[in-house]
Ligand binder design. Structure first.
Ligand code: IMP
Ligand code: MG
Length: 185
């Protein structure tokens, strides 16, 4: 697996430091929205599968009462490296009335996934909805899509690791990397 890596874009220490920083900002913002007190609870909505590792690290730095409601969405089936349209797999959380929601995803690319999930959640009566992405591609579709928290900007390349996959693989790489061209051949 290591010999498939062309170059490391973001190393594990840089990711860890930024994730901690993001969590501090998120906790401060949720508290500020409640007038300096802890919100009653927040509901984290991770978009699976790509947000898995980011989610696990982020929530351990978030000292807030929280529930987690998983959403599974697929837009890059199999070996595709461009969005094939967003598809919800399985159920959405039923009732989110009055919940303070934080949607967590791995990367903002075309923006379709986050728009799709935000719209579905907004229709379920939450008190507030924020979104948090580890990565954002430096392309107009991503930059022009609203997101409340962004970890890192990345170039317009297909990246894997730290939860992101190619054809289901490489999620367990601890760093965000670009693969060698021959891997896609
Ligand atoms: P969007 O809907 O185009 O914004 O893309 C969001 C989803 O596509 C993410 O949640 C990822 O699962 C997947 N994705 C987009 N770009 C990449 C990439 O460079 N590597 C791996 N997955 C990606
Ligand atoms: Mg995803």
């Amino acid at each position: 697996m290591q010999d498939h890596i062309d170059r490391v874009l973001i190393d594990r220490h840089t990711i860890a430091a930024r994730v901690r920083e993001m969590a501090e900002q998120i906790a401060a913002d949720f508290r500020a929205a409640e007038g300096g007190c802890d919100p009653v609870h927040i509901t984290i909505v991770p978009i699976l599968t790509g947000s898995l590792i980011f989610l696990a690290d982020l929530i351990r730095h978030l000292p807030l009462m929280m529930q987690i409601k998983l959403v599974t969405v697929s837009s890059y089936p199999g070996k595709s490296t461009s969005s094939q349209g967003v598809e919800l797999q399985g159920q959405l959380p039923e009732d989110l009335t009055g919940h303070h929601i934080l949607i967590v995803d791995d990367i903002l690319d075309s923006g379709r996934t986050i728009k799709f999930v935000t719209d579905l959640i907004a229709a379920r009566g939450p008190a507030s909805v924020r979104s948090c992405m580890l990565l954002r591609k430096q392309i107009p579709s991503a930059i022009n899509t609203h997101a409340d928290y962004i970890g890192f900007e990345v170039p317009d390349e297909f990246v894997v690791g730290y939860g992101l996959d190619y054809d289901g693989f490489y999620r367990n790489l601890p760093e965000v990397v670009v693969l060698k061209k021959e891997v896609f051949a």
